[in-house]
Design a protein around this ligand. Structure first.
Ligand code: PGA
Length: 252
């Protein structure tokens, strides 16, 4: 059993208005008030961050944004900067989600800047990496993941690595109902940890939390969490309902 504290994070994506977010958060807080153990992270859209921040204040639940610009301010229409997020009480930022890489042309050089900007601003980055179905079938998973890790973490020092969370999200498992088997998730996350050991050091790699994401639900979280290298989950669809997300947070 590793000493890494598990992280269960929910990515709401483009779901919920402020009133829906408030209702979710009140119900969810009640369902998890006695939970000890995992760090719980809620990732609402930008418009709901302030409302959720004031409801969860003092509970220990962490608040995540789903994207962030790397500059502090400037002529970047439609973007949100690190100090803007800090002011609201944001703790974490999800970076490099495959949907942003695909639909918003988020690339590895921007991500390298965003990773450094997040850490410099005291916001913990949750960096998503993952391969497509074709890449897995063509045996290019390791090449893809290794490339993403080396590029996205290029500005990060060994001592900063502990403050980073990595999420392994195979693109073929996101929103498809096709969860990676615990064995595939474990094997791939072990590869990610070995790559981090090569880039940084064995000790730094052992300390990093690496999550699995892709069709995680209350009924498959336990078998995933039983694997040695899986330190938590990044949850999409199943985090939108308070009972379902609480069921995941309460994995045995
Ligand atoms: P999913 O999404 O749980 O709906 O598959 C996971 C994610 O995109 O983080």
């Amino acid at each position: 059993m590793s000493s890494r504290v598990p992280v269960i994070a929910g990515n709401w994506k483009m779901h919920k208005t402020i009133s829906e977010a408030e209702e979710f958060t009140q119900i969810f807080l009640n369902l998890v008030k006695d939970v000890q153990g995992p760090e719980i992270v809620i990732g609402p859209p930008f418009t709901c961050l302030a409302a959720v921040s004031s409801i969860i204040s003092g509970t220990g639940i962490r608040l995540a944004a789903q994207n962030m610009h790397f500059e502090q301010s400037g002529a970047f229409t439609g973007e949100i900067s690190p100090p803007m997020l800090k002011e609201i009480g944001v703790d974490d930022v999800i970076l490099g989600h495959s949907e942003r890489r695909e639909y918003n042309a988020e690339n590895d050089s921007d991500l390298a800047l965003k990773m450094a900007a997040a850490l410099d601003s005291g916001i913990r980055p949750v960096l998503c990496v993952g391969e497509s179905e074709n890449e897995r079938e063509e045996n290019r998973t390791e090449e893809k993941l290794g490339g993403q890790l080396r590029s996205d973490l290029v500005n990060i020092t060994e001592s900063q690595l502990e403050g980073v969370v990595i999420a392994y999200e195979p693109i073929w498992a996101i929103g498809t109902g096709k969860t990676a088997t615990p064995q595939i998730a474990q094997e791939t996350i072990a590869f990610i940890r070995a790559t981090l050991a090569e880039i940084f050091s064995r000790d730094a790699a052992e300390a990093v939390r690496i999550l699995y994401g892709g069709s995680v639900k209350p009924d498959n979280i336990s078998e995933l969490m039983a694997e040695a290298d899986i330190d938590g989950a990044l949850v999409g669809g199943a985090c939108l309902d308070p009972e379902s997300f609480a069921g995941i947070v309460r994995f045995e």
